[in-house]
Design a protein around this ligand. Structure first.
Ligand code: ADP
Ligand code: ASP
Ligand code: MG
Length: 266
């Protein structure tokens, strides 16, 4: 596959109709942007809760008190209004009803959390017509629950090379050896993006987020930190590992293996 860009959009980018439309504009502006990896909708404002956090909260409530109705209704309201605002023909109610039943029947936290990315990707696919590819058909974990890079790379390569046009893939999760959904650790959509970039030998892995690049410090702590223009994979890995949470530390390996540059964009 020639000159392909893989783009990952984080939670802020997938949070509202406006930001999702911006995602579509960005992707559409460059024919090389073929594979799009998305996170679950993030915070819409400072006091908001990320969909992923809401899903973990719901599972916790189900386990401890059995009563998760109020929290689930809030989640439902969010997805139903987003679907309406986007004006897409997608049966979000059935999806959410199934999820509610699954959680009531003791679905794992991994499964529940993964639905944030799943629904985010489904909505973007419905809005754009880009092919939806489920991450559970690409990303594999072995029977010890550890990510299996060889299996994943082979499956991803085989599946992705036949895609016509653009495709959207949910980040964060994959399939365990037991056939059940399993997630990476928090922030794992970065890893999915890197895996896809490595598998299609992309020319560039674009990681779109809410900051203008990799900065010398976390802007939540230090005001207006400078941008690091270029950084080696090794240094990036080190900083990510030490807490520069703009990129998941495990997102370095798949692209480094193929020598693919990572570009962090706002
Ligand atoms: P996304 O949802 O797009 O994956 P994240 O919240 O995971 O976004 O990562 C972006 C956030 O990472 C920024 O808003 C910023 O607060 C934080 N961050 C921490 N360290 C750094 C750094 N060195 N450079 C840039 N951002 C950083
Ligand atoms: N939605 C997941 C999280 O909040 C994964 C991600 O955003 O990368 O951790
Ligand atoms: Mg992140």
């Amino acid at each position: 596959m020639k000159d392909i860009k893989v783009c990952k959009f984080g939670g802020t980018s997938m949070a509202t109709r406006e930001s999702i439309n911006r995602v579509i504009d960005i992707v559409s502006a460059d024919d090389r942007r073929k594979f799009v990896i998305v996170s679950a909708p993030g915070k819409r404002n400072k006091s908001d809760i990320k969909v992923t956090d809401q899903l973990y909260k719901i599972v916790e409530e189900q386990k401890t008190t059995g009563n998760f109705k109020e929290s689930f209704d809030a989640l439902k309201e969010r997805f139903v209004s987003l679907t309406k605002e986007l004006g897409v023909d997608f049966d979000i109610i059935s999806e959410l009803d199934n999820l509610e039943k699954a959680i009531a029947n003791g679905a794992t936290a991994s499964y529940a959390a993964s639905r944030g990315e799943y629904l985010s990707a489904k909505l973007l696919s419905a809005k754009t017509g880009w092919t939806f590819i489920d991450a559970k058909d690409i990303v594999r974990f072995n029977d010890c629950g550890v990510f299996d890079p060889e299996y994943t790379n082979d499956t991803a390569k085989a599946l992705l090379q036949n895609v016509k046009g653009r495709a959207v893939i949910p980040g964060f999760y994959g399939c365990g050896a037991d056939g059940y959904v399993k997630t990476f650790s928090r922030g794992g959509s970065d890893v999915t993006g890197s895996i896809v970039a490595g598998a299609v030998k992309a020319s560039l892995y674009e990681n779109w987020t809410d900051v203008s690049g990799f900065l010398v410090a976390d802007p939540r702590i230090i005001k207006d930190p400078e941008v690091i223009e270029t950084i080696t994979y090794r240094e990036l890995r080190e900083l990510a590992y030490m807490g520069a949470s703009v990129l998941h530390e495990d997102a370095i390996f798949p692209v480094r293996k193929e020598g693919i540059p990572i570009n962090i964009r706002n």
